[in-house]
Design a protein. Structure first.
Length: 289
């Protein structure tokens, strides 16, 4: 949509360039205004979504999941996004992101990336540290965030983005790619989620609604190497691991293949394995240029 901005706004220059570009690339005025409210007032927006009333509303969460959803990423695939050096034209990831809308991706060479304060962590009375761990990816979303949230965001070099991913991976936090209808119907962020603060994980646990899609992998346990320490079960965001008297049990249906258990296993007993029953991975290296 070429957003015919009101002439008065244009004359008075009340619209920032990043806002104008977001409006220009929106499909409708409704999408443009929704995207502005979400991007401009993200903390308040998420606070409302995380309110007890909304978390207990299964129909509401089901509607939300259709329009605002995540794709779990392995560490390798999260790294591949920020390290991308190809032009990937706009394309519909229907087979990879199994939701009815908001499943497009576009990357123009090495993507612009901004670190942004995690609104899920700040929504909690007690939260994990550090908090500037969310990553906005690609234009015009990066410039919009930097323009409107200069005190809570900063531009990252490619190396800084890779280092941030690695640090969060070592902390046992899960990578996920996020898509939203109001954000031009496409991928716009990588979240580095902890199980205690993440709103998406909470929504799935409380409602049973699949607001995040599997990475396409599942954990596999070697019982001969397992020390039965229980670290993997404690770290798993989806409670997919259960410690039994003689072994660790994987609840396959609950596992989304994030790899947190793998990094937390000190004996190397857990590995992620490709599992076709878990869907197709989001690997930008495999997308056509």
């Amino acid at each position: 949509m070429r957003s015919k901005l009101p002439a008065l706004f244009e004359r008075l220059r009340l619209i920032r360039n990043s806002t104008r570009r977001m409006f220009d690339e929106s499909a409708t005025w409704g999408q443009a205004l929704h995207g502005y409210v979400y991007g401009r007032f993200t903390q308040r927006y998420v606070n409302v979504l995380l309110s007890p009333r909304n978390q207990g509303n299964k129909k509401g969460v089901e509607w939300l999941a259709e329009h605002y959803h995540g794709k779990v990423l392995t560490h390798e695939h999260a790294h591949a996004i920020v390290a991308n050096d190809r032009n990937i034209p706009l394309q519909d990831l229907e087979q990879i992101v199994p939701f009815p809308v908001a499943r497009n991706i576009v990357l123009n060479g090495p993507p612009d990336v901004a670190a942004y304060e995690c609104v899920c962590r700040h929504a909690r009375a007690t939260h994990c540290e550090p908090t500037m761990v969310c990553m906005v990816v690609g234009q015009p979303m990066v410039d919009f965030v930097l323009d409107h949230h200069p005190e809570t965001s900063r531009r990252l070099t490619q190396k800084e983005a890779i280092d941030l991913l690695e640090a969060e991976h070592q902390r046992g936090h899960m990578h996920s790619a996020w898509f939203k209808d109001a954000m031009l119907n496409r991928f716009y962020a990588i979240c580095n989620c902890c199980k205690c603060c993440c709103g998406g994980i909470q929504a799935m646990r409380d409602s049973g609604v699949a607001i995040m899609a599997s990475s396409g992998y599942a954990a596999e346990i070697d019982p001969e190497l397992c020390a039965l320490c229980g670290n993997c079960a404690e770290a798993c965001p989806f409670n997919a691991l259960v410690q039994r008297e003689s072994h660790m049990e994987l609840k396959w249906e609950e596992c989304l293949g994030c790899g947190v258990c793998e990094v937390k296993c000190s004996t190397g007993a857990i590995r992620l394995r490709r599992d076709e029953r878990k869907g197709i991975p989001l690997d930008v290296r495999a997308l056509p240029a």
